[in-house]
Structure formats: C-alpha cells, structure tokens
Design a protein. Sequence first.
Length: 384
Amino acid sequence: MTVDAALRVRTTDDVAAAVKDAAQHRAPLRIVGRGHWLDAGPPALAAAPLALDALSGVVAYTPGDLTLTARAGTTLAEIAAVTAEHGQWLALDPFGADDGTIGATVATASSGPLAHAFGTPRDAVLGLEVVTGDGTIIRTGGRVVKNVAGFDLTRLFTGSWGTLGVITEVTVRLRAKPEGDESWAIAVDDDDALVAVCRAARTAPVAPLAFEAVDAALASRLGLGGRTTVVVRLAAAAASLRAQRDALRTLGDAAAAPTTVWETLRTVEPPAATTLRLSQLPDRTAHTWHAAANPADTMRHATPSRGIVRVITAPGAEHAAASIGHAAAAARCTVIPERLPALLWPSVATRSPTEKLAARVHAAFDPWDILNPGLSMLPASRDV
C-alpha cells in the first residue's frame, strides 16, 4: 500500500465525510500519514487507505505561551523550522526521520532519546481534534498549558494507533531552546562497567536531555568506536554546561561525540528491520539488557531512566528477534514488537491485561471497527 494509491483528504470535514461513508458501508479504512511506519505495530487487516499527508500546516502558534497547533499531516521538520525562529522547539524525537508527521507521532505515541528528560507524546500534547468512527468531530484538551481537569481523552487518543479516531489536529507544548547543546560518549569494557556508569549517573550533578546505552555493534554504526558506550546529551547555559561536563567526566573517560549522533540513532534501523521493545521497571534495566543479549545481526540500545531496551535485528534475521523476544518474555520483560513480520507477531507479542477494557473503549468510539482494523490499542502503544 502506498500513499499515492490512497484517498487523500485536505480538511477535517473531508475526513469526517470519508469516515461517515465508510461507516455507512461498513468499509474499513487504513489511516496513513506519510506511510513510513505502515509495517509497525500489529498486523492490520485489509482496508482502503485514507491519507492525511495533505492535511498539513500550522494552524496557530503563540510563542509567548509556548504552544503550537498543527494539522495532523504537518511534518516534524516543518514544526522545527517554524519554532526555531523564536528560539523554541518541540522536544519530541521519535525514531525515524523528521519527515514523519505530528499526527502519526501522536497516534503511535512514538518517542526517542529525549523522552529521558521531557517524557513522551502524552506529556507534550495539550489537545487534539479527532474524527471518531461514526464521523463525529470532537475536540479534547485545549490550546493552553493549563486546562480543565476531568477524564483525559487527549491521553486516551494518544497512542491509540488510530483505532479510536482519526487525529486531524494536534496542539503541543513547546520548550525554549537551551543556550548550549553538546554530546559526550563514555566507552566501557563490559556490561558490568556499563551498569556501574548508569548507576553512578543517577546521583551525579548532571541533568542530561538524553542518556542512552548502546552496544558495541550500534556504537560502531554511530561512529563511536567498537565498544559498548553510554551517550549523553547535555544542554544548558554556559556555566551550567561547564559544571555538568566536569561532573560527567567523573563517571568515566568521556569523549566529545558529534551532535549528529542522535539523528543517526533515530534513523539507523533499515526499512525492513525487525525491532522489539523490551521493558521492566527502571531499576531492572540491567536485567532487561542481559535478557536482550544479542546474537549476530542485531543491535541494542537502552534508556535506563525508562527501563526500556530496544533490539534492532537486520533484515532476514527475524527469527533471531523472535528468539530474543521469547527469552525476554521468560525473564518477565514486557515485549512489544515495534516492527515484525505478521507471521511472527502472535508468537512474540505480550498480551495486555486490560484487553477487555480496551475492547469496550474501542466499541464506544468506533462501533463498526472501521478505523485501522486489526491494530490493537493498548498492546501496540509505543508509549510504555
């Protein structure tokens, strides 16, 4: 399925009309942004593609309030360009390139290394405009940082993978860009040394924007040498940056890393790669890291503060990923296949204990199951 072959909509009313027609004829729709991650998440059933890439553009931007509203098809690169003029940025860096859309980022709750400091899309999204499965247009949240308390539909739709409604507009919280921004790498000799550095960092006087552990194979791909490495991103005013840099050097032999290392990390996996996300509580990250011990043709990296380890398997080595998934599940890790051939999905995916609740919620918003049929709401969420 390609975006070019899809029904392309340009306004929210177009989306509502398309969904109403699909509901009337019980004809399922596959919601598509730029079409980069259609192989992510659980296998989707056959459905007519509905493309949102033409539903783009910034609707409102208030630099003084640090808020921005954009249509779902707006790319992350467009948002970055608009906000940079005012010394601001959207602190979301999901895996993949910046030509991905804000709608897809929110729908899949995708996040990257910056989640260490800024959290996930659920922490950045203030409000949404959504078309539900019967064609109703609803708004959740608002366009201000402070909002009315109550049942949080914004968080419900974020990470629902388009199974509850088609996200057509997103309002996000922005951040002021820091004065200085630099990256450092600390190479270690083995996993025990890696664990020691990560533990020491918890009490060190540093406040990194990102803190990732990468194995030797991935470090090599990132141009950091062939050893297991901790990669740290520091950003602050000059005096604070100096103090944090000095504190970081007490953790190990820190060497300057290119600022492009984070973009490379986000885009390192090839299009046909198989990717698993394993998680436990943050204080069990070392256990998860060992459970994901990788054979040849795989790479792994971890965000210790979130207890997440991602395993990237080279194209053609899917069964190695399945083997890792089984071993991790046996070690009581939550296993979520981010990208996995449909044939292997049932043998690797971890069932959610709240599936029955999710099914009832789904029935309330998409009673005829026409939006992204086959995608599971909670087990597939990348925001764990």
